[in-house]
Design a protein around this ligand. Structure first.
Ligand code: DOR
Ligand code: ZN
Length: 467
């Protein structure tokens, strides 16, 4: 068989193991064969990976592309240029845009913009609020991979449904095979402490973190799991920040609830000390936790299998909005969130190089699991013949330092600036085409396509890896 291209001499990573000495043949954008080079036929183009890792394309199921409405922060072109440069082949964007994505019309509007501008493949969630909680079926029919509910108010000030409305939405989502994902923080706890801290004049960057205690996350996780258990509905916890949260998710799974969870590189990499070192640059919601919580997040979430997947919560804002001129200024005058698309592969590869994360588990958590959870599987999320030829190529030995000047996002503000990584994304392949390589963005705006969105996969038996 003549291939359009073959990717040779790589170490091919799947959730089941690493294979050396195999080549991947690509035809018409899909994987046509995987096998010994001698068994594969010729190709128009041969890419020599020189012993680097070839992973199933990294999926970031939690980014804020900001368009429509906040293009001064980010747009689909800049966000997906960052994705391509960062080794990310598919992104799923959050609906806290302007207008918010809460109707079939606004879903189509988001898809149209992304279709024109994106460099990598994409999807978008719809938000559920008190106004549209009964619109689950038409939103699912419009093509969304799942839903977002903001329980803790955050950028966009979107009012969540009340518990009754939420319960009804959960039942409807279960009926169409879609998962509702949450910003899981108890808003009453957050509002109480923010007001109290302001009255007391506590306004250091770390005070923002302290005003959003772990109990706010724990209460929300527990409540959602209880409701989901009774509604018999699949739910997902975005950005689990604490060991306490991860332990509650693990308990929910053990009790048979269809609950899945994500954490982000910053919760695994930093402790809350980063607020004293880098100030409001690292301000994020939920906040970065103390060392003890981080260790338990590793234990219950990563080693114990409580957390299913990794995503960034890439959340661009302007320097003025984050007040980066004065990183230790009044935290209440700064905004939460920072970019992450161009450091996520570096940070996860570094955990692999340190022996803290088996590379097979990384592929599972950063590609296969998000694809299953959001209904992109099997076209996305694995290296099986017949599926999209999406690859993330990683040089495991490359030592490098995160540098804000090199980022493709409109926002350059990230606590990963200046951090040292071992393992670098060197080539990003979407549907057989090299969209990024040789430090060059090759894909045009509009190359990216809408990713599929089938039914969510039920909660998997937590898959644990010897470590
Ligand atoms: O820090 C955050 N920023 N957390 C969120 O949940 C939202 C995000 C944003 O949209 O800026
Ligand atoms: Zn977010």
């Amino acid at each position: 068989m003549g291939f359009d291209s073959t990717f040779e001499n790589g170490r091919v990573v799947t959730p089941d193991g690493v294979q050396s000495g195999v080549s991947v043949g690509v035809k018409d954008g899909t994987i046509a064969a995987i096998g010994a080079p001698s068994e594969l036929g010729g190709a128009d183009r041969v890419v020599d990976l020189d012993g680097q890792y070839l992973l199933p394309g990294v999926i970031d199921a939690h980014i804020h592309a900001r368009s429509p409405g906040y293009e001064y922060k980010e747009d689909w072109s800049s966000a997906t240029a960052a994705a391509a440069a960062g080794g990310v082949t598919t992104v799923i964007a959050m609906p806290n845009t302007d207008p918010i994505i809460d109707s079939p019309e606004t879903v189509r509007q988001a898809y149209d913009i992304a279709d024109d501008d994106a460099h990598v493949d994409f999807q978008s969630y719809a938000v559920l609020t008190s106004e549209n909680y009964d619109q689950v079926e038409p939103l699912a029919a419009a093509g969304v991979p799942g839903f977002k509910v903001f329980l803790g108010t955050t950028f966009g000030e979107i009012e969540p449904p009340d518990d009754g409305e939420l319960y009804a939405a959960m039942e409807a989502a279960a009926g169409v095979g879609k998962r509702i994902g949450f910003h899981e923080e108890n808003d009453e706890i957050l509002s109480h402490w923010e007001a109290q801290f302001k009255r007391e004049g506590r306004d250091d960057p770390i005070d923002h973190a302290r005003s959003r205690p772990v109990v706010a996350e724990a209460e929300a996780v527990s409540r959602i799991i209880l409701l989901a258990d009774h509604a018999d509905a699949p739910v997902h916890m975005f950005h689990v920040s604490s060991g306490t949260g991860a332990e509650l998710v693990a308990e929910g799974k053990a009790d048979g609830v269809d609950v899945t969870a994500e954490t982000c590189p910053h919760y695994l990499w930093f402790t809350e000390e980063v607020m004293n070192e880098k100030g409001n640059v690292a301000r994020v919601q939920p906040p970065i936790r103390d060392a003890e919580e981080r260790e338990r997040l590793w234990e219950a979430g990563i080693r114990g299998g409580g957390v299913d997947c990794i995503a960034t919560d890439h959340a661009p804002h302007t320097d003025e909005e984050k007040n980066v001129e004065e990183p230790f200024g009044n935290t209440w005058e700064s905004i939460s969130g920072f970019v992450g698309l161009e450091s996520e592969v570096g940070s996860m590869a570094t955990f692999v190089s340190e022996g803290r994360l088996p590379i097979e588990q990384w592929a599972y958590m950063h590609s296969t699991r998000p694809a299953e959870i959001w209904g992109l599987y099997p076209r996305k999320g694995s290296l099986q013949v017949g599926t999209d030829a999406d690859f993330t190529v990683v040089d495991p030995d490359a030592e490098w330092v995160g540098r804000k000047e090199t980022l493709h996002s409109k926002s350059k503000t990230t606590p990963f600036n200046g951090e040292q990584f071992v393992g670098k994304p060197t080539m990003t392949v979407v549907r057989g085409t090299v969209v990024y390589g040789d430090d060059t963005l090759y894909a045009e705006e509009g190359y990216g396509e809408l990713a599929p969105s089938g039914e969510t996969t039920a909660n998997a038996e937590p898959r644990t890896y010897p470590n």
